[in-house]
Write a protein that binds this ligand. Structure first.
Ligand code: NAD
Ligand code: LMR
Length: 329
């Protein structure tokens, strides 16, 4: 193998998403089947031993693309030279706990991690925040990395996007591969707005094809938006394999590009598009090319969609104000 390995830092490596994620990164699903990777894992001191166990298993898989695994309990070391940073480690929401309660618990984690990325990551670093509340955690990290271009900080709504594809494909009796241009707007929370009004099924408008406004309003939107809570209720733990799979999809699409005529959903720093206040990390329809994303412009937003986008964006603004009050940004 002649190519220089890409350094991928994963936080929360000993957690349940970490366990579902690391093997797929090491086997080439994150960056491509010809791209060697070097893993740098970050855990809290109490979980380092468990991360070492996972690293032993990674060794035992004999992945040809895996150039090595190092484990740290210090963010400054873990993010050293990172080309891709997956910020997964956080406190997961447990039964009965609201996401808002997580702000204070998790905010403190993302400030030092942003600083460490600023200090030591590679010039081309791409950051994906998975740990909840993902959008606002990404904002905190981004605000503490002034030397890294803001557009390199993203948060994950790809799981919501994939959930929306799955629900629509079932309703329409088509494969997910037949659906294009799905959009998640706003926050990765129950206020998110999964929007099918620009989506297409086999080239035709998805909303017209389904032709069931009551299903869209009363079934599709709440099912997608509350799927995280439904998984917690059913499993007694938050989604892990599907979250890991979505993280792989997010970075793979960011690096390798969206298909012609299609887009994806990513929470990215707003430039004011669609009335989303500048600076908030909000989910938008985006295209990607050559490792860069762009917000899809010019979509018509009707009153139904406008109200839902505004509700989710208002929640993001409230979260931003709350972390500002806590001195986290
Ligand atoms: N954005 C999404 O779509 C999405 C989907 C599912 C889960 N999540 C979130 O992802 C996060 C991780 O979920 P999980 O199920 O893997 O949780 P988990 O509790 O199984 O694992 C979290 C891991 O993070 C570690 N950790 C805690 N603080 C850390 C720190 N400061 N630095 C490094 N590691 C740290 C913990 O030791 C633990 O091993 C949660 O916040 C969860 O809510 C997000
Ligand atoms: O922890 C959660 O809120 C659930 C998670 O974000 C999910 O969408 O599955």
């Amino acid at each position: 193998m002649t190519r220089t390995p890409v350094t991928v830092t994963v936080t929360g490596a000993a957690g349940q998403i970490g366990y579902a994620l690391l093997f797929r990164i090491a086997s080439g699903h994150l960056l491509g089947a010809d791209v060697p990777v070097r893993l740098r894992l970050l855990e809290i001191p109490q979980a380092v031993k468990a991360a070492e166990g996972t690293a032993m298993e990674l060794d035992d898989c004999a992945f040809p693309l895996l150039a090595g695994t190092d484990i740290f309990d210090d963010p400054n070391q873990a993010f050293q030279g990172a080309n891709v940073a997956l910020l997964v480690g956080a406190r997961p929401r447990t039964k009965g706990m609201e996401r808002g309660d997580l702000l204070e618990a998790n905010g403190g984690i993302f400030k030092p991690q942003g600083e460490a990325i600023n200090a030591g990551a590679a010039d081309d670093v791409k950051v994906l925040v998975v740990g909840n509340p993902a959008n606002t955690n990404a904002l905190i990290a981004q605000q503490h990395a002034p030397d890294v271009p803001a557009e390199r900080f993203t948060a994950m709504t790809r799981l919501d996007h994939n959930r929306a594809l799955a629900q629509l494909s079932k309703k329409a009796g088509v494969s997910v591969a037949d659906i294009r241009r799905m959009t998640i707007w706003g926050n990765h929370s129950a206020t998110q707005y999964p929007d099918v009004f620009h989506a297409e099924i086999a080239g035709k408008g998805a909303a017209e094809t389904v032709n069931d406004q009551s299903w869209l309003e009363n079934d599709f939107i709440p099912t997608v938006a509350k799927r995280g809570a439904a998984i917690i209720e059913a499993r007694g733990a938050s989604s892990a394999a599907s979250a890991a799979s979505a993280a792989i999809d997010h970075v793979h699409t960011w690096v390798n590009g969206t298909a012609d005529g299609d887009w994806t959903s990513m929470a990215v720093v707003s430039d004011g598009s669609y009335g989303v206040p500048q600076g908030l990390i909000s989910s938008f329809p985006v295209t990607t090319k050559d490792g860069k994303w762009e917000i899809v412009q010019g979509l018509e937003i009707d009153d139904f969609s406008r109200a839902r986008i505004d509700a989710s964006v208002n929640e993001l603004a409230e979260e931003r104000d709350a972390v500002r009050k806590l001195g986290l940004i």
